[in-house]
Each structure stands twice: as structure tokens, then as C-alpha cells.
Write a protein that binds this ligand. Structure first.
Ligand SMILES: NC(=O)c1ccc[n+]([C@@H]2O[C@H](COP(=O)([O-])OP(=O)(O)OC[C@H]3O[C@@H](n4cnc5c(N)ncnc54)[C@H](OP(=O)(O)O)[C@@H]3O)[C@@H](O)[C@H]2O)c1
Length: 303
């Protein structure tokens, strides 16, 4: 039997990719793509009970909260790459303290653990100067920009999976209420499967410094297009209807929100055009998953 010492190259080939948000849509897609490429994956979860399927697929499992620098540091140590999925906070307190706690913990952990590279999920419109819900990602990008290792900010379009909210009204009433307005304005959208696949590809690349990658699906989608796709999938007429801007504040508060303004300003940003891709159209990466494919999945999940 022959033995040999592991070289640095062997070690870098076997070193883990740590994936946060793995029990969610995007993180799950990142991990599936890495595993399919034969790469070792460390599943970073906050509740180990939710990680069983990943352990069964051969992932190493570690627990860490996204606002806990010590556990995140341990989760990121010895990795060649880390995928950061910042948790969504739709109803943040003024000044975004929830996002700031995550940002501080993630930045501290990346500095201490020093992984080889980082791909961080951000969003379309992270460059916008106006305060809105996505400012949480503007702050994240600012805080991770001067880390010593290579960092990619992946800025995907509006997720097609946001249409999960529209399944019941489309199926039951044939009318989907739309905060995206006007109804014929096409908006960049993308499937989370494409976001995960893109992130996994980016993680396996080598680059220097900070790069921004913007990503959308095969076609832009207007609320009218969304209604037409639902009609196709459900086999019944479906139309979109604008929710009047004056009613948003009271509506969101009636749904339990305490601070609706950042969300309203985000929607304004899409509608007024100041939340958009920063780069030229030619540089935007295109995914391949079609809207109808996502809607079929959402409709069948809804049962
Ligand atoms: N929706 C859009 O249109 C859009 C567009 C661009 C970017 N984004 C970004 O996409 C991200 C959401 O991705 P997604 O749809 O994949 O989310 P998701 O399916 O809701 O999954 C969220 C993941 O984050 C984990 N998580 C949440 N809070 C955590 C915490 N405090 N500590 C540790 N883990 C935590 C969840 O774990 P558990 O299973 O334990 O809950 C889950 O794995 C957000 O960063 C959002 O800004 C969204």
C-alpha cells in the first residue's frame, strides 16, 4: 500500500464549501448544484433537526445563527468558499437593526475564519440611494466590500417564487392583486433554481477583489404576463388588478406590519424605475427557468 502526504493542492480540492440558508429555496439550490458537481458541502443550519436530508446526502452539518459571530466563525473555518444568504426581514425596525446584527456577525466571522472566497446573495437595486427595504442589502454590500478575500455580490431580480402569494387568489377568484404597476410594465424576474445554480457556479470560479453579478430569467415579466401564465397553468381566466397606492399603508398594517414604509418604498422603486439593474443589459446573466415552470410547481405545492 502506498501512502503520500497531502499537498496544498489536495487540501484545496477537498476543502468544503459552507452554505448558509441551505434549508431554504436559494441555499438548497446552491447545495444541490455543488453536490452534483462532486463538491463537498458543509450545511450551515440554525436547527439541526432541519438538516437531516442534507446529512443523508453526505453534507457535513454545523449549527449557526446568522447573527452569531462565534458559531458562524466555526462554520466558516477551513472552507474554500462560503455562500452567505442574509435572512429576509420584511418588517424591519427603523435603522434596520436586524440586518445590522447579521452584517456585523457575518463580517466578523469572515474576518476570523478567512475562507478562500465568498459569494454573498444581494439583490437587484442594492445600489439605490433611496432608503427602502433593500437598503438592508446596500448596508451588507458596503460592510463586506473591503474584506481581504475575493467577494462576489450576486444581485438577482425579483424572485418568480414571490408569486406563491398569488396562487390562491388566481385559482379561487381569477384576480391577482398587483403592487407592481402599471400592469403592462415588464419587470426582471428569476427563478430561485437559477439563482442557486448561478451562485454555485460563481463559488467554483477564481477571481480577485470584489465583483457584482446581476441575474435575471429568460424573459422580463409584467403583472399582465404573470396573470396570463397563471391562466395557462390553471386552465382558467386570470387577470391582474392594481392595488391602489393610497391603500397600501392601511392594508399592510392590517396584515400585521408595524413599519410598512420601507416595503412601500421598495415597491415604489420598482414601479418608478429607481430599483433596477445597475449594469448594462448586455452584462446581465440570464437564467433558463421559465415562469410557467415555477408557477406549475407553486400550484402543485399549494395542493
Ligand atoms: N424575494 C425576492 O424577490 C428576492 C429578490 C432578490 C434577493 N432576495 C433575497 O433572497 C433571500 C431569501 O432567499 P430564499 O427565498 O431562499 O429564502 P427562504 O426560502 O425563506 O430561506 C431562508 C433561509 O434562511 C435561513 N434563516 C433565516 N433566518 C435565519 C437566521 N436568523 N439564522 C440562520 N438561518 C436563518 C432559513 O432557515 P430555517 O429553515 O431554519 O428557517 C432558510 O434556510 C433574502 O436574502 C432576500 O433578500 C429575494
Amino acid at each position: 500500500m502506498s501512502t503520500r502526504h497531502l499537498t496544498r493542492r489536495d487540501l484545496s480540492e477537498t476543502a468544503m464549501y459552507a452554505i448558509t440558508g441551505i434549508t431554504g429555496k436559494v441555499g438548497g439550490a446552491v447545495a444541490r448544484a455543488l453536490l452534483a458537481a462532486g463538491q463537498p458541502v458543509r450545511a450551515v443550519v440554525r436547527d439541526v433537526a432541519r438538516a437531516r436530508s442534507w446529512a443523508e446526502r453526505g453534507c457535513e452539518v454545523v449549527t449557526a445563527g446568522m447573527d452569531d459571530a462565534a458559531s458562524l466563525t466555526a462554520a466558516f473555518e477551513g472552507t474554500q468558499g462560503v455562500f452567505i444568504l442574509p435572512p429576509s426581514e420584511f418588517d424591519p425596525l427603523p435603522g434596520f437593526p436586524e440586518a445590522r446584527a447579521v452584517i456585523d456577525a457575518v463580517r466578523g466571522a469572515l474576518q476570523s475564519a478567512a475562507p478562500g472566497k465568498v459569494v454573498c446573495l444581494s439583490t437587484i437595486g442594492a445600489q439605490a440611494a433611496e432608503t427602502n427595504l433593500l437598503t438592508q442589502r446596500t448596508l451588507l454590500e458596503q460592510a463586506l466590500r473591503d474584506l481581504p478575500m475575493p467577494v462576489t455580490f450576486l444581485r438577482p431580480a425579483w424572485f418568480m417564487e414571490n408569486a406563491a402569494w398569488d396562487v390562491a387568489p388566481a385559482r379561487d377568484t381569477g384576480v391577482i392583486p398587483s403592487f407592481l404597476q402599471p400592469l403592462d410594465k415588464a419587470v426582471p424576474m428569476v427563478a430561485t433554481a437559477d439563482v442557486g445554480r448561478a451562485a454555485a457556479e460563481l463559488l467554483q470560479q477564481s477571481w480577485r477583489g470584489v465583483r457584482i453579478v446581476e441575474l435575471e430569467g429568460p424573459q422580463r415579466v409584467s403583472p399582465n404576463d404573470l396573470a396570463a401564465a397563471f391562466a395557462q397553468v390553471l386552465g382558467r381566466p386570470v387577470r391582474a388588478e392594481e392595488v391602489a397606492r393610497e391603500s397600501w399603508d392601511a392594508l399592510f398594517r392590517s396584515q400585521g406590519m408595524k413599519e410598512p414604509l420601507p416595503r412601500m418604498r421598495m415597491l415604489d422603486g420598482f414601479n418608478e424605475g429607481w430599483i433596477a439593474f445597475e449594469g448594462e443589459d448586455a452584462g446581465i446573466v440570464k437564467g433558463e427557468v421559465e415562469l410557467e415552470t415555477v408557477l406549475r410547481g407553486l400550484v402543485s405545492e399549494a395542493g
